[in-house]
Design a protein around this ligand. Sequence first.
Ligand code: NDP
Length: 508
Amino acid sequence: MSKNKKTLTNNFGAPVDDDQNSLTAGNPGPVLMQDVHLLEKLSHFDRERIPERVVHAKGAGAHGYFAVTADVTKYTRAKFLSAVGKRTEVFLRFSTVGGERGSADAERDPRGFAMKFYTEEGNYDLVGNNTPVFFIRDPLKFADFIHTQKKNPATNLKDPDMFWDFLSLTPESIHQVTILFSDRGTPRTYRHMNGFSSHTYKWYNDKGEYFWVKYHFKTEQGIQNLTRQEAEVMKGKDPDHATRDLHESILRGEYPSWRLEMQIMTPEQAANYRFDPFDITKVWPHADFPPIVIGRLVLNKNPENYFAEVEQSAFSPANFVPGIAASPDKMLQGRLFSYHDTHRHRLGPNFHLLPVNAPKASQVDNYQRDGFMRSDGNFGGSPNYYPNSFGGPEPRLEIAEPSFEVSGKAARQKYVHPNDDFVQAGALYKKVMTDADRDHLVGNIVDHLGGARKRIQYRQCALFYKAEQEYGRRVAQGLNLDLKEVARLAGMSAEDRAKETAAGTYEK
Ligand code: NDP
C-alpha cells in the first residue's frame, strides 16, 4: 500500500483486509457467520434511517451569521443583540411542511424558516415560516390539521376532500389559505422568500420592562414565486430544485441574505389594540406598527454532511436566551412542548449533544445526566444534584423574565373575537394583491378545490365570500357553483353552515 493512502477500518478502528469479497466456505459460498466485517456493514446499513420529522420532513440548510445593525438595548437584554456590528453564528433550515422526505420542493405548502443562533448565552432558536400567520390558533387542532394536509389513511393519496373539509370547517384558516393559494405558496427558491416569527414573542430589558415583538426577515434577493404551472413542471423536472439552488448559490459565492425588521408593541398598546396581538392568524398591520430594521442575516457556508448537520438539526421555539421569552399565543405554548418532544423521539434524549445542536459560544453545565447515546464525558465526577456544597453550577436570578399578571377562569374557552377572522384575508385580497395576483389566486384555488366534493366547495366558497364578496364570487364562478347559495351560506354562523353542508347535501 502506498504511504499516502488511508487505511479502511471497521467502526472500532481495526484495519479491514478486504471490502469486496465476503468470507465463504468454498467458492461461491455459502457465506460464513464469522465474516464479522460483513455482519457489521449490513447491520449498520439496516439502521441508517431515523424517523422522519412528522412535519417539515423535506428540508435544506446552511450556515451563516447574523449581524446587528441597530441599537435595541432599550428593548432587550439579549447579549447577541447588545451592540451594533455584533455577529453571531447561525444555522438555518428551510423546509416544506406536509411532504415526505423525498417529496418535491415545489409543492404548494408553507416553507419552514428555522434558525439557530449560537449565542454566548446559549442557543436561541426562532422556528418560523415564510408566512406571517398560521391556519389555526389552538394547538389542540394541530394534529387533525396536519392529518388533512398529508395522505388519506385508506388510499395513501393526497385527498382534496380531507384538505378542504377541515379548512372549510375552520374559518380562522382563511387568512393563511389566501396566502398559501397565492403564488407565495410556491416560492421560486428558498432564497426568494421572507421568513417570519409568525408568533408574537416577548423581549425584556435589564430594567425589567418588556415589549411584544414580531420578527420579519425580508429577502434581499427580492420575492420571486413560481406560478402553478411552473411549479407543476418543476416538481417533475427537479424535485430538489430549491435544495439545489441553495447549495449552488452558496458554492458560487452568491450568499443569500435577509434584513431583519421588527415590529414592537408596548404592553399598554397591546391592552388596547384592535386585534388580539397574540392571535397567530393575524398580522399587525404595518401602518399600526411600522417595522424597524435591526439586523442582517447572511448564509455563506454549505453543510459538509447533510445527515449530520441538516437531518439531525433540532430546533425548538422553547430555546430562549435571557432577554427573550414566550407570549400567551396558544399555538406557541403548544409548540414550546412539542418540538423537544419530537426530537427526543427522532434523535434520542441526548440530541442536544449532536454538534449541530450543541452550543458553540457557551458552556452547558447542569445536573442532567445519563440516557441513551451520552457521547460526552457526562460531567465526570461533578455533583449530579442541586443544591450541593461542592461547587456545582448555580442559577442566576438576575436574568429572570419580569413577572407578569394573569387572571380569568380556567376552562376550555372559545375564542372571543370570531368575527374578525375575515378582515385581514379580505385586506390582502382587496388592497395588497395586484390584478395578476388575484387571477392566479383564484385559478390556484379552483384547480385544487375543484377536486373536493360539492358540499365542501360550497362551504369553503362561503368563507372566501365572507372575506371579500368578489373573491367568493370569482371562485364560485370558476367552480360553477350557485352564487345565491354561496351568499346564503356566507350569511350563517359557522355551526349552521356546517349543518347545512353535512354529508349528502348537493350530492346525488
Ligand atoms: P402593507 O400594505 O403595509 O404590506 C403588505 C404586505 O403584504 C407586505 O409585507 C408584502 O410583502 C405582503 N404581501 C404582498 N403580497 C402578498 C401575498 N400574496 N401573500 C402574503 N403577503 C403578501 O399591509 P398591512 O400591514 O396593512 O397588511 C395588509 C395585509 O398584508 C395583511 O392582511 C396581510 O395579509 C398582508 N401582510 C401583512 C404583513 C404584516 O406584518 N403587516 C406581512 C405580510 C403580509 P413584501 O414586502 O415582502 O412584498
